[in-house]
Structures are given as C-alpha cells and as structure tokens.
Design a protein around this ligand. Structure first.
Ligand SMILES: NC(=O)c1ccc[n+]([C@@H]2O[C@H](COP(=O)([O-])OP(=O)(O)OC[C@H]3O[C@@H](n4cnc5c(N)ncnc54)[C@H](O)[C@@H]3O)[C@@H](O)[C@H]2O)c1
Length: 451
C-alpha cells in the first residue's frame, strides 16, 4: 500500500522519499523492481524513479530530514483475538519519534494504515509526542485511510473515487489538500477518528456485499437458478449497485476479515452488539465450507482422489495469498485424503510459504505445478479458485488428460461455450449444476411434494 501510495503522489507531482525497513525490498525498488505482482506498478515505479520524484532512503533520519509530511503505511495485522496487532505501528512510531527528536523541521504525521477508530489520536499522537519530545505546532497528526484494492492499485491511487482526511486543524487540512492537488478526486474532511471509521465502515460494507451474494448463491443452487443472472438483475437497482455482487468461495485478502473482526472487537469494547457485522466472518467461513462441499459432491469421497486447484491468490490479478480461500480448501482436501496439485501464474511461491510448516516442510500429497496442464493431468476434479484468464478456455487437451473431466468453477470463470462442451462436466458455484445431489432437506422435500 505504501509503495503504490507514494508512487501515486509522485505521479501527481509531489516529491516523495520512502523508507522501508527491509533492505532487500529497498534495493529492489531503487533498481526499479517491485517485489509484489501488481499490474502497472513496475512501469509506474520506473517512471517515477526516472523522473526523480520518487526516491528511497535507508534510514528514518534521512526520511525525516527530507520531508515535511510523513505517511505511515505500516502493517496492522490481525491478532488471534480479532483485534489489530498494533506492535508494528508502535515500533514504527517509536523509530519515527526518535528521528523527529533529532530534527528541527516541523512535521505532519499521517496515519495511512488501517487502524481502529481512535488510534491516531489515542495512540499515535501521544506515543509520538513522548518519544519525539515535542508537540503541536511542530508536530501534528492526521488520519488518511487508503481505499486502494490489490489488482487495481495503480488506477486506484491515480484516480481514487474519494480521498478521506481526518484532521484537527485547517492548516493540516490545507497541507493534505496540497498533496492531493494533482489527484482528481473529491477530498472529504472529517476528524481523525471519523476518517478511521469511514475506512472500517467501507470495508465492512464490501465484505457484507460479498457475503450477501454468497448466501444468494446458495439459494440459487437450491432453487435451480443462476446467481450471476440474479445478481445482475438485483444490481440494476442503483440503490444496490452491481459491483461486488460476484459470488465465490468466500472473501479473502489481507483486509476484509481483519477489518471486520477488528471493528466487531472495537464495538464490543465500546459496549455495542453489532449483530450484522458479527455474522460476516461466520457467513464467510460457511461459504468456504460450502465450496468444499460442492467439490466433495462433484467427485464423491476425496480419499485417494486427485484434486487440481487452479488459482491460489485470494483473487486473480495479484500474487497475494493472505487469507486466500485456497488455503482452507487445500488443507481440507489434504485432510480428506486427496492428493492436491496446485497452479497459479504468479502466486505459487507465496502459497508455498503460506502452507509450509515453520521448518519449511510442505505437506505430503501436495505438488506445485508451473503449468495448469501439469496440475490437471490425471485429476479427478479441477477446481477454479481464482479467475485467471488462462483458465477460461480450459482446452480439450486438459480434459483429455484428466482421470475424470469434472471442473468445479468456484468463480464461474469459464464462458458459456466452454461450460456446454461435451468433453467436460462443468459445475459452477451458485448455479443449478452445484445444487444437484444436495443432501435433501425439509424445504426441498416440501417443494418436491407440491403439485
Ligand atoms: N493491501 C491492501 O490492499 C491495503 C489497502 C488499503 C489499506 N491497507 C492497509 O495498509 C497497511 C499496510 O498494508 P500492506 O498490505 O501494504 O502491508 P505489507 O505488510 O504488505 O507492507 C508493509 C510494509 O511495511 C514495512 N515495515 C514494517 N515495519 C516497518 C518499520 N518499522 N519501518 C519501516 N518499514 C516497516 C514492511 O517491511 C512492509 O514492506 C495496513 O494497515 C493495511 O490494512 C492495505
């Protein structure tokens, strides 16, 4: 997030210096290479390094000496109890505070990381003031949450739909507006705590939309309909909107689950009982279990079967596997006794690191494949977990090489013409094909019994 944000500012004409604790990442960036897969980011990096507007420095001291506004883009990972782990933020704030203590320059410190409402004012400001031994007007703080999405980071930082800043003075507002001047977007001004809440409310709403359409998908399967057709019609209502109504195996990625859990935990701390928000992670987990059940129904007991999983990133377009649904799906398949072959065009290494034991051991019966054709060979079922374009054609050569040409398409990524091909059996999550062989329920029996 920090890299994309910094490059967005540089592109808009602001001179940006960046500091990153990992020397290997710093070195790669200084040479114009990014360490994550993100469309358009390497080109933007090279452009802004060449323009001289984007530079990296090796220490906090240099960062502070060469800047007036510091954006903190530090990680805020999830703790086991659902709250965010503020230790990396506290560590970064202490390091920045030490550097500020030695500097004579005035600074505005802006928290861009996603932090629960109250963090900028309640934690970052006092800690920074204590370590830096200074305060306003020389040292002020603000919040400016980031809304970019992986896979479309460049577009999102160059043309955000809105910029939200949380400030405590008009002077800080002016400084932030000046930084965003070259970026065509409305700037919405709130208090720091209000800005922090906007970020959580936004991500919770997006997670809600995904969980909602996933539950509709289960209905669609049960009644013999198609979730995409239903969602397209529902989404035509502008009050609802068509975006983010795409069913799948559950939301993944580094943000949604973490943010929803953190917001719920914060709500509990505040004495609230946000029942709707509380239900999002359980509904999402249900959906992943449901996706696994669809696979199981397609091939029968998994013991001794070979499962090909195509797409390991949490979605197509990124190599990020954080909270990817491929992780629980693969783990469940292994536990059920299947042999699993994996493919992803860019996320294979990240997935290997995520699934291996701390000593570097990869589970037995797991194979990483450089090509999708290799993953599907001899498989009893191929599962499309992320909708990478290379899976869409699913050529007859792949189905011919499978033990049984069954494709469980968790994203409905294969086009209509491929779905109808006689050489494969297509089962799409959220469609009637996934509803076949459902365990019978009272509701179904009653429906069948009607005239
Ligand atoms: N990933 C996204 O799509 C996204 C979108 C919006 C907001 N966010 C938020 O942005 C924040 C960062 O997320 P991310 O996905 O970029 O995390 P990340 O882990 O990919 O990046 C954080 C970077 O900070 C560096 N770092 C850690 N401690 C440091 C220190 N003391 N000094 C200097 N550098 C340090 C790490 O080495 C790492 O490169 C989080 O709060 C996240 O919730 C992320």
């Amino acid at each position: 997030m920090g890299l994309a944000t910094g490059l967005g500012f540089a592109h808009a004409g602001v001179r940006v210096v960046g500091y990153e604790v990992r020397a290997d990442v710093r070195l790669a960036l200084a040479r114009g290479r990014t360490t994550i897969h993100e469309p358009g980011l390497p080109a933007l990096l090279r452009q802004e390094v060449e323009s001289g507007r984007f530079r990296l420095v090796p220490t906090w001291d240099e960062l502070v000496e060469q800047s007036e506004v510091v954006f903190l883009c530090l990680p805020t990972p999830r703790r086991a109890d659902g709250r965010i782990d503020l230790r990396p933020m506290e560590q970064g704030v202490r390091e920045l505070g030490q550097a500020l203590k030695k500097s004579r320059r005035a600074h505005l410190v802006v928290v861009k990381s996603t932090v629960v409402p109250g963090t900028t004012e309640g934690l970052v400001r006092p800690l920074l003031e204590r370590v830096a031994r200074t305060g306003a007007p020389r040292l002020t703080v603000a919040a400016n949450p980031e809304f970019l999405a992986e896979g479309s980071m460049v577009r999102d930082v160059l043309r955000p739909e809105r910029v939200v800043v949380g400030v405590t003075s008009t002077q800080d507002e002016r400084r932030l507006r000046a930084i965003y001047r070259g970026i065509p977007s409305p700037v919405i001004v709130l208090s720091p705590t209000g800005a922090e809440l906007v970020k959580y409310a936004s991500n919770a709403f997006l997670a809600l939309k995904v969980s909602f359409v996933n539950e509709v998908a289960r209905f669609a399967e049960a009644v013999g309909s198609d979730v995409d057709a239903v969602a397209a019609a529902v989404g035509r209502d502008s009050r609802i909107g068509s975006k983010f109504l795409s069913a799948g195996p559950g939301f993944g990625g580094s943000c949604f689950e973490k943010d929803v859990r953190a917001l719920v935990a914060r709500g509990h701390d505040l004495g609230l009982r946000p029942r709707l928000l509380e239900s999002l992670v359980p509904s999402n987990e249900d959906q992943t279990r449901h996706a696994f059940a669809v696979i199981g129904r397609a091939v029968g007991p998994l013991r001794g079967r070979r499962v090909a999983v195509l797409g390991l990133a949490f979605k197509a377009g990124t190599d990020d596997v954080r909270e990817s649904r491929a992780l629980p799906l693969v783990t469940a398949a292994l536990r059920a006794g299947a042999e699993v072959r994996l493919h992803d065009p860019v996320a294979l290494e990240n997935f290997r690191r995520a699934i291996q034991s701390p000593s570097g051991r990869v589970p037995r019966r797991l194979r990483f494949c450089e090509r999708p054709s290799e993953a599907v060979r001899g498989a009893d079922v191929a599962v499309v977990q992320a909708a990478w374009p290379e899976y869409r054609r699913f050529p007859p050569a792949w189905t011919r090489s499978m033990r049984s040409p069954t494709v469980v398409d968790l994203r409905r990524a294969l086009p209509e013409a491929v779905r109808r091909r006689p050489d494969l059996r297509w089962i799409g999550l959220g469609t009637a094909s996934a509803g076949e062989n459902r365990p019978s329920t009272r509701g179904r029996r009653r429906r069948r019994g009607r005239p």
